[in-house]
Design a binder for this molecule. Structure first.
Ligand code: ADP
Ligand code: MG
Length: 231
């Protein structure tokens, strides 16, 4: 599965995977992702939405669009077939305006995940240390405060435990003002699975699960980005 997806991208001369491809890789590595399927027409989008159950999220499916929401390529909380149909057209229109030369695969239709605490797992390669994993809390905490922890791949259990606990935002994961604590054990095992996956897949240059929704029972990645090494 992993090899097939990587080979397909390489044949097409791209190092960026689509979100759908990235999620397929992760899923095959045992990492929890939301059900995400490709629609290549409005009718198909509606059929998929009915199959996976409304409400759904729809996003542009293109390896040429890295920041999907910036370009009007993400629609959340679509509750009816009419909304799904309209979202398909709106997404296509926005992307064609913003990126006239983008190769568009279609639109992904995904389960709308229930809200959780947003966290991020990332992998990048250091010239000295090779693959390094990053963990942080989503949104402004990562973007502005850079509240993140790093460990060199492969991680051992203790690394995963420590990196979650050393971020300043850790209390947010333990529950605050009556909110429920999240399942930290599950995040640890997710970190270990990502570590194992990137360790055995050297073709991956960069990986971003941003965001992952963490719950009191489990966690699920709702967006994924994978960049390959040059062949
Ligand atoms: P971008 O390419 O802009 O990073 P994302 O796929 O991360 O696009 O979507 C933007 C935001 O929409 C996410 O940060 C998340 O809050 C929300 N989101 C995306 N996918 C889902 C989903 N399947 N269920 C619920 N919320 C989602
Ligand atoms: Mg994202």
């Amino acid at each position: 599965m992993t090899d097939m997806i990587i080979e397909k991208a390489r044949k097409e001369g791209r190092t960026m995977l689509t979100e759908i491809e990235a999620k397929q890789l992760l899923e095959s590595a045992g990492i929890s992702v939301v059900d995400t399927r490709l629609a290549t027409s409005k009718e198909q989008a509606v059929a998929i939405a009915k199959e996976i159950g409304l409400p759904v999220v729809m996003k542009i499916a293109s390896a040429d669009v890295v920041h999907k929401s910036d370009a009007g390529g993400v629609k959340l909380g679509l509750k009816t077939a009419a909304q799904v149909g309209k979202a398909y057209d709106d997404i296509m229109k926005s992307i064609k305006a913003a990126f006239p030369n983008a190769k568009i695969e279609g639109v992904s239709v995904q389960t709308m995940a229930r809200p959780g605490v947003e966290v991020i797992i990332g992998m990048s390669k250091d010239a000295q240390f090779g693959p390094v994993l990053m963990f942080g809390l989503g949104g402004v905490l990562v973007e502005i405060l850079k509240d993140v922890a790093f460990r060199i791949v492969p991680l051992v259990k203790r690394d995963a435990k420590e990196m979650i606990r050393e971020i300043k935002g850790f209390p947010l994961l333990q529950g605050y003002r009556g909110s429920e604590p999240v399942d930290v054990d599950n995040l640890e095992s997710m970190l270990l699975k990502v570590s194992e996956f990137v360790d055995k897949t050297p073709a991956i240059k960069e990986l971003d699960l941003n965001p992952i929704f963490a719950y009191k029972d489990g966690a699920v990645a709702v967006d994924a980005r994978v960049i390959l090494e040059n062949a």
